[in-house]
Design a protein around this ligand. Sequence first.
Ligand code: S0N
Length: 274
Amino acid sequence: MESKYAWETIKEYQEIKYSYYNGVAKISINRPHVHNAFTPLTVREMSEAMELARQDERVGVVILTGEGGKAFCSGGDQSVRGHGGYVGEDKVPRLNVLDLQMQIRRIPKPVVAMVAGWAIGGGHVLHVVCDLSIAAENARFGQTGPKVGSFDGGFGASYLARVVGQKKAREIWYLCDQYDAQDALQMGLVNKVVPLEKLEETTMEWCAKMLEKSPMALRMLKSAFNAELDGQAGIQELAGNATLLYYLSEEAKEGRDAFVQKRKPDFAKYPKFP
Ligand code: S0N
């Protein structure tokens, strides 16, 4: 489907597209012939693009999606699944999608899954770990692990259970059924369902709303939502943001300046809030 937005290609990749428009970075899996199943290379490219989006100061929101309108992502490419992971040109088996999941959670900007068609297996987990999911009416969701000899006991199980509840998450994994967009909306698995032809427009409208908001407030909220679930690693992320804010203060700069100027710091002038 033609986009009405003038997406600028930031970098050419083999298995994904990475583009930018108006504060939004779009990472799109470009393997529609296999419903956007991922190989180690797909994941490596997505990972690099996610890092580029993180470092790009123009980017406030990231969209994760798949090309073709028939699939968001159908998980790991079963044709290259080898002994201990997915095998790329270097013949090394990898489960590198787990690192990408962490990146999606850690990037201090909202990540929106724009889901048309299949979001299945490891592809389903990718949308689950995104901050928000907007689905087209043709979207279909599900896990296939126990059917095809795999499982994701990390975010794919525990975070899914936080999103839809324990009973529903167990049903999704144990039965390997497929759920339509309305089912997904009802169980809180997606934020909104729209006709396919409105998917990109609605996603961009949601992005525009977030881009109007305070980036620091969104950043703090994302790390706060994560902290509640991620234990010590979550606290580290939230605390890192607290340090960032403290570094911006005159009080913290006084400590730095005093050290550089080889004098005693004067912290007395800073307020001691009740
Ligand atoms: C999505 C399904 C239900 C769509 O069915 P439909 O519409 O009948 O289309 P098909 O004819 O089946 O598919 C069209 C073509 O696309 C190929 N294809 C589809 N999915 C894949 C895939 N995942 N890998 C390779 N090829 C795929 C079809 O073969 C077909 O090709 P042609 O036309 O040549 O015949 C249906 O396609 C389906 O069920 N797909 C498989 C879904 C699946 O089981 N995915 C894998 C699930 N497992 C994972 O994702 C692993 C999870 C994971 O990655 C992970 C988790 C935790 C820890 C580590 C890992 C890790 O492994 O990295």
